[in-house]
Ligand binder design. Structure first.
Ligand code: CIZ
Length: 308
């Protein structure tokens, strides 16, 4: 059959989405063009929940691999597609299931809390999952006499340790995009924009040095909500720069300064409109977590959802 001719890639995506009965989910760190076409833009948890809630049988997930896995775990009957299979996560790659097994052996009785930025295989070895928006709540829900093994993000773990005062062992993983943000960037921007509120993601490598300067430390979902509600007119935003698109779009009267122009996740930026169109046309590339692994990985995710 002859390939249909479309006037633009946008038109092609919208037509194919309808034809396939698909929804398009975009993470807050996606390029603006993808966010603008998405049915839902959000953090990984919100997107996985939307995937589960939706009637659509096909989910095009514009985010990184572990996020598509979480969607597949929560909706095993749906087809979860990712436009570029190379869209991985360096932080998620910093912990492996065998690391967790060894860590648990070294700390018998320890409760493993894994950040959402982990593979399904690591989640399957964990007791609780958490996101940056609920990590504190998840940790506080664990009996106070338990030691906690927090994996893989060192900075989020340090923040939660400080906030909760709990005995937490930290893994030494980090997000290469967030560690691009340095304390010197914050000092310079605070001096240049004294009226701006400074909002910071807990994955930031400068966390411990700049934490006392932050007006808010929160997840990307928390940030996008907060900037709409705050009376402030200017914000210094310390996270991956993709999130500024939604902030600017929803708040045209406000000004947003990225804490660092270098805080870019190259994996998130692998998805393009052309690849989204190809995904819908060929129904490729599926991310499917095998049933036995998914059943084990679902346990810490559901515990997190029950708490948060
Ligand atoms: O859960 C997510 O989407 C991540 C990794 C960060 C955030 O704060 O949204």
């Amino acid at each position: 059959m002859a390939k249909k001719i479309y006037n633009s890639v946008t038109e092609e995506i919208l037509a194919l989405k309808k034809e396939r009965g698909a929804i398009l989910l975009a993470h807050n760190y996606q390029i603006g063009e993808i966010q603008d076409l998405a049915d839902v833009v959000g953090d990984s948890l919100r997107l996985a929940q939307e995937a589960a809630r939706s009637d659509a049988k096909v989910i095009v997930f514009c985010g990184v691999h572990f996020m598509a896995e979480t969607a597949s775990i929560l909706c095993p009957d749906k087809t979860v597609l990712i436009p570029d299979l190379e869209a991985g996560c360096s932080l998620a790659d910093m912990s492996l299931p065998e690391d967790i097994r060894r860590w648990k052996q070294a700390h018998p009785g320890g409760v493993v809390v894994c950040y959402v930025n982990t593979s399904a295989a690591v989640k399957a070895e964990s007791d609780y999952c958490c996101t940056s928006s609920n990590a504190e709540k998840v940790v506080l829900s664990i009996p106070a006499d338990k030691e906690i093994l927090f994996v893989p993000d060192f900075f989020l773990g340090s923040y939660v340790k400080q906030k909760t005062g709990r005995k937490i062992h930290l893994w030494s993983g980090y997000c290469p995009s967030h560690i691009m943000i340095q304390s010197a960037d914050i000092d310079r921007l605070k001096a240049a924009h004294p009226a701006a509120e400074f909002i910071m993601h807990p994955e930031c490598g400068c966390l411990t040095k700049s934490m006392h300067l932050a007006d808010q430390i929160m997840s990307t979902e928390g940030m996008t909500r907060y900037v709409g509600e705050s009376a402030a007119k200017e914000f210094i935003v310390a996270t991956e720069i993709g999130v500024l698109h939604r902030m600017r779009k929803n708040n045209p009267q406000k000004t947003f300064y990225p804490a660092s122009d270098d805080s870019i996740c190259q994996y998130m930026k692998l998805h393009t409109l052309e690849k989204v169109a190809a995904t819908l046309e060929h129904l490729r590339f599926e991310v499917k977590v095998p049933a036995e692994l998914a059943a084990r990985a679902r346990v810490p995710i559901e515990r997190m959802m029950a708490v948060a």
